[in-house]
Design a protein around this ligand. Structure first.
Ligand code: AMP
Length: 542
């Protein structure tokens, strides 16, 4: 029929093709695991991604099969982003900060065929390899000179650079259905086992368009973008795709996320825009303050994953003239949901009022529909007063979890975020609490249920509850409340030592409070909200 637009599927590979054609000379700079700085251009990225796509085909990876990565932010990870998804397989980014048992569970659950890893994670791979059910192929993301000794590992181990070198760059990206899966990321921000969120090419492309907009992350060809947020965390908030779409220079920090390393990279590469969780920025601000220095190029930083404290916003803006963009999102939302960009009438407000607005998580980007509902499921007004469960819907919001064994999480077609929020008449959402029973420490999830289960294994424990308590550095840390068995003489040190080896080190609660009894509700469940209210400031006042 005349007059209709072309039916062109929205595909991840098209971002790379666009970047190669229009921004071939634009740089991608990476601090490598080996410590040196690597630089090349989008042209090289595209060529090597095509070689890698041929290599994946050579390994027998079929469309729809999962390819795992355990890697920092760097150019090889970027090549995997495009080669895996572009060729029709599914890029599965694994979070190396999880406990090895959880990583093994996730690899088995996702049925990853091949796992690419940075050398940093070799010991982790060795532990994981003996725990996963079926043997898989592992690829060390390095060159021949840096390959670890093969005989130490009871696994099939390949070398990334050899793998690429064995293939030419003649590869035609397949014309996939845009609803085909492109990538997979597990979240432990829910109860029970980690759950996989499966993104499609279409959802990724639509998210990329929306997240790049001026009132979203505001990215352009003139930007030099430093994603400190890891590429194993919800696609580094979409920045690898956005950078290709707009042709921005990319700067990858590798494993060096301390304040000094980040500062040096920001200055050396003249970064204009960075993105990360508040904990990372604390380190950077401390370093800058100690050095008494300034940022000569950085003008904006995106702060998300946890609430951005007003003191941080003020320090960035007043001392360094770096604008803070406070954003909220979730793994289930690809992740961008809201961004706190001012409206015109905010600009003339006094500074304190502007800071109060910037403490909010912001307004929904086009594509995300949001609402707050009361306990009866009825929508609540946007009046800055009413607080309710935050629900969202949109083309880059998940409708269920990978594997589908759980019932649909949706309520009337809306995704319940587990966050509790209020919304002002201008549409700025502010998170006031969380209804989901998890702890977010330095931007990473800790399962309160797993902590409670471990505590209950101790013979001196009658019952255990773990809650999130506010923490000045990590935003939240786990606090353990314990009712001892009558005859038990259990003390804090003994109980905390009991966690060693049973959970990831940073999951271990910082303190234990021994109580006589726990408050129970009508159905016999522990009233965690009551405990949260009582002990929320434990680490701030202790
Ligand atoms: P994740 O799936 O790991 O990205 O975590 C998503 C969750 O992190 C959200 O549901 C919130 O609970 C929390 N979160 C993300 N961004 C923010 C923010 N700016 N302020 C407060 N909480 C946030």
């Amino acid at each position: 029929m005349y007059g209709l637009m072309m039916q062109q599927p929205l595909l991840v590979a098209s971002l790379l093709t666009h970047a190669e054609r229009h921004h071939a000379g634009q740089e991608i700079v990476s601090r490598r695991v080996e410590g040196d700085i690597h630089r090349y251009r989008y042209l090289d990225l595209a060529q090597r991604a095509r070689k890698l796509a041929n290599a994946l085909a050579g390994l027998g990876i079929a469309q729809g099969e999962r390819v795992g990565t355990l890697a920092w932010n760097g150019y090889r990870h970027m090549e995997l982003y495009f080669a895996v998804s572009g060729s029709g397989a599914v890029l599965h980014t694994l979070n190396p900060r999880l406990h090895v048992d959880q990583i093994a569970y996730i690899i088995d659950h996702a049925d990853d065929r091949v796992i690419f890893f940075d050398l940093t994670f070799l010991p982790l791979i060795e532990s994981v390899a003996s725990r996963i059910k079926s043997p898989r192929v592992f690829v060390a993301m390095t060159d021949r000179a840096n390959m670890p000794a093969m005989h130490d590992l009871p696994i099939m181990l390949l070398c990334y650079e050899d793998l690429i070198d064995g293939h030419n760059d003649d590869f035609a990206w397949p014309l996939l259905d845009e609803n085909h899966a492109s990538s997979l990321c597990y979240t432990s921000g829910t109860t029970g086992n980690p759950k996989g969120v499966l993104y499609s090419h279409r959802s990724t492309l639509l998210h990329t368009y929306a997240a790049a907009l001026p009132d979203s992350l505001n990215c352009s060809a003139r930007d030099v973008i430093l994603p400190v947020v890891p590429m194993f965390h919800v696609n580094a908030w979409g920045l690898p795709y956005i950078a290709c779409m707009v042709g921005a220079k990319l700067v990858f920090p590798g494993p060096a996320l301390d304040g000094k390393s980040l500062y040096e990279l920001i200055e050396a590469e003249q970064v204009t825009l960075s993105a990360g969780v508040p904990t990372v920025w604390q380190g950077l601000l401390r370093h800058a303050a100690e050095r008494g220095t300034t940022f000569t190029s950085m003008r904006r930083t995106i702060v998300g994953g946890a609430p951005c404290p007003t003191a941080m916003t003020a320090e960035f803006q007043e001392r360094y003239q770096v604008d803070v963009l406070h954003a909220w999102g979730m793994t289930e939302l690809s992740p961008v949901g809201t961004v706190c960009s001012f409206k015109g009438h905010h600009l003339s407000l006094p500074a304190q009022q502007r800071y109060a607005i910037q403490a909010r998580q912001g307004r929904a980007v086009f594509g995300i529909d949001m609402r707050i509902v009361g306990p009866d499921g009825k929508e609540l007004p946007w009046d800055s007063q009413a607080t309710g469960d935050l629900q969202v819907r949109g083309p880059w919001v998940t409708s269920g979890y990978f594997g589908g064994e759980d019932a649909s999480p949706l309520c009337d077609g809306w995704f319940p975020t587990g966050d509790v929020a209020k919304i002002d008449p201008d549409g700025f959402m502010q998170i006031t609490d969380r209804s989901k029973d998890v702890i977010k420490s330095g931007g990473e999830w800790i399962s309160s249920i797993d902590i409670e289960n471990v505590a209950c294994l101790h013979p001196g424990v009658a019952s255990a509850v773990c809650i999130a308590a506010r923490h000045p550095k990590w935003d939240e840390r786990p606090l353990l409340l314990i009712v001892k068995k009558p005859e038990s003489v259990l003390g804090t040190d003994e109980l905390l030592e009991f966690f060693d080896g049973r959970v990831a080190k940073w999951w271990k609660p910082d303190a234990v409070v021994f109580v006589e009894a726990l408050p129970l509700g009508a159905t016999g469940k522990v009233l965690k909200n009551q405990l949260r209210d009582q002990f929320r400031d434990y680490y701030l006042t202790a």
